[in-house]
Structures are given as C-alpha cells and as structure tokens.
Write a protein that binds this ligand. Sequence first.
Ligand code: PLP
Length: 401
Amino acid sequence: MSHVMNTYARLPVAFERGEGAWLWDTGGKRYLDALAGIAVCGVGHSHPRLTAVLRDQVGKLIHSSNLYGITLQEDLAHRLAAISGMDSVFFCNSGCEANEAAIKLARYYGHQKGIEAPAIVVMEKAFHGRTIATLSATGSRKVQAGFEPLVAGFVRVPFDDLDAVRRVAESNRNVVAVLVELIQGEGGINVCRADYLTGLREICDAHGWLLMLDEVQSGIGRTGAWFAFQHSAVKPDVMTLAKGLGNGVPIGACLAAGAAAKLFKPGSHGSTFGGNPLACAAALATLAIIEEDGLMTNAVEMGEFLRAAFRARLAGNAGVREIRGAGLMIGIELAQPCNDLVQQALDAGLLVNVTADTVIRLLPPLIFTREQSRLVVDTLAPLILDFLSRQAAPQPAAQTA
Ligand SMILES: *Cc1c(COP(=O)(O)O)cnc(C)c1O
C-alpha cells in the first residue's frame, strides 16, 4: 500500500531517466515527452550545461537564508528585470506562492489607498493554484469544492470580455487589481483576442488598478517570447512566474514594476527557501540556455509546424472543435471528453495531457525538433481519429447532425 497521500490520479508509469525530449520508465521503455512536466522542463531533461551548473552549485552552497545577502538571487532578479522590463522581484518556490505574493501585493496596495476590503478581478476558467487564496482566485468549482469558506475579495468575470470588466469598474469601488492568464492553461489553452490586453491596460490605468499577469505557464519562452505579454506593447504592473523558470528545480517569482515594485517593506512578505542559491543557479542557467540556443525562435517554428500539421491531419472532422495556442502551448479541442487519449498515447510511447476534459494539451520542451514534432503528429493524429470514429460509431444519427 502506498503511503503517499492520494491527491493525484496517476498514470501507471514511473520515469527513471531523461535526456532531451525523451524519458525512460522503470522498465526501460522510451517515451517522447510532449508535456515537459507541464511546461516545466523547457530545455529538456538532463541538459548538460544545466547539469554542470547544478553539480557545481550543489558542491558550493545549496541554501543560506534570506537573513543574508544572496548574490545569485541579485543576479537572477537583475536578469529577469532585463528581459521583462519589470523593476523588482520576490522569489518563492512555486506558482501558487508567486500568485499569493501578487494577491498580497494587490491588497497592500489597496490598503495604502485607504481601501479596507480590496478586491481583485479574476476570470472564469482561470487557474492560479491550490492554496486557499489561489484556489479562491481560480475559476473552477472542482478545485474549490470541499474547501470552503473561500477567501473573500475576488470578483469573477468571463475571460476575454472587456465589457464585463468595465461593468465591475462602474459598480465596485473596492477593486484594486486584475489577475489574468493571457492564455489560460489548465482552463483549456484559451487564447484571448488581440485587443484584450490593451483593453485591460486602459481600464486598469483609468481606475488606478494593478494589471497582474499570471505567466506561470505561458512565461519563460513557451509562446515564443520570454513572456506572453511581450507579443503586445502593453506592460503589466505585476507578473508571476514559476513552472519553466528553474527547468524543474522549484522556483517561483513575483515581479513588479513602477510603484508596485516598491510597496513591500522588510517584514511584508517572506519565504524560507525562496530564491536560494541552488534554485537561482538553475534559473540563471535555464534562461541562458534558452537565449543562447535560440529556443524561443524554435518554439515559434515548432508550434506553427505542429498546429499546421494537426490541422492538415484532422481537417474536416466534426469531432475536432479547434486547434489553437501560441508557440509550444497548444490545445486541440474535441467535441467530447477525451481523457482516455492520455493512456492511449502513453501506450504508444507519447506523453500528452488532457485538460478541461475536452482539450488535448501539448507543452513540449522548447528544444523540440522537427522530427520529434512530426513523430507527435504521426502518433497522436491517428489516435484522435480512431477515438472519434469509435465514439461516433454507436450513435449513427449524430454523424449526420
Ligand atoms: C501551474 C499553475 C499555477 C500553480 O503553480 P504551482 O507551482 O503548481 O503552485 C498557477 N498559475 C498557472 C497559470 C499555472 O499554470
């Protein structure tokens, strides 16, 4: 009997070793990894340069404490500021913690403005984490059910709907911020319209709200820019990162710009492990590899290739609703729940995920090659078509509908 608490519906496989985009299970079977640990291992498994940096750092210093100066943390903050245009960084260990920091920052900001019960606008189908505050910000009853009472101070609106945000602005004087994923990850790779971010920026500016972007999944090169917001001219006030930042060494970050960057004072927030030397060395090496190896350009090219190839292979099938995404953040939405496809792909030696029940999600490492991309399509497209034909078979009437 397992003594691990039963919080995950795990697939019946365990991995022992990885190299690039490949993983080997405990029985020696090889798998192509088109999920990268859910957008974590962007530079792939066992990257030689990252491994060398980590080995060296482990031999020097793993942890000291935020009671003292941490040079690597200063270096990483400097680097993150340079690539994002943000001004200051708080380091933590995960995505939910990064969002906790953002939520605290927004509330602190509100209190400084004399708002006693500050509220944050959040989106339907959003995912911000599993702590009590971040599950309250999350737009999924499944994530929240059983954990009430939820944390107060969140106002929910439909995603990609500027009028809904404007209506909140007219009626709610307590709002201090908007928290949003530009591409909703867990919610189903939902992409917003091109003018959504500019519209949100305008509303936030008009009302003195902080624009806070959760780039925990979309950040660190995944969409073909360091951060998804950089496909536009808009800059956020706050941005959260985690997943891809340390390539698997746990690290999260909450970045702030302008006035928001100077709000927290000693004692406002903290973390024992946050920004320790090992995690910061991992993140610095990960960022260096992504830049030096041109992995953002590769993410754009492989993403375009994958979407085009899937469109070509699945075109005209009524069971396929939409193929969407940006860079290597890709969703294939089917007309029905398709969780079974995950196991079928696993049997075929391919790691993919299904989110929001109907969306096959691909988050391959940024090092993915054309051959690997082709292999994903050659493996997955027939499985999807077969799945759809078997689903449609018992209901012949539905086929003509
Ligand atoms: C994964 C994720 C989180 C939560 O990150 P954890 O490290 O699991 O706490 C938050 N926001 C988004 C957008 C995510 O994809």
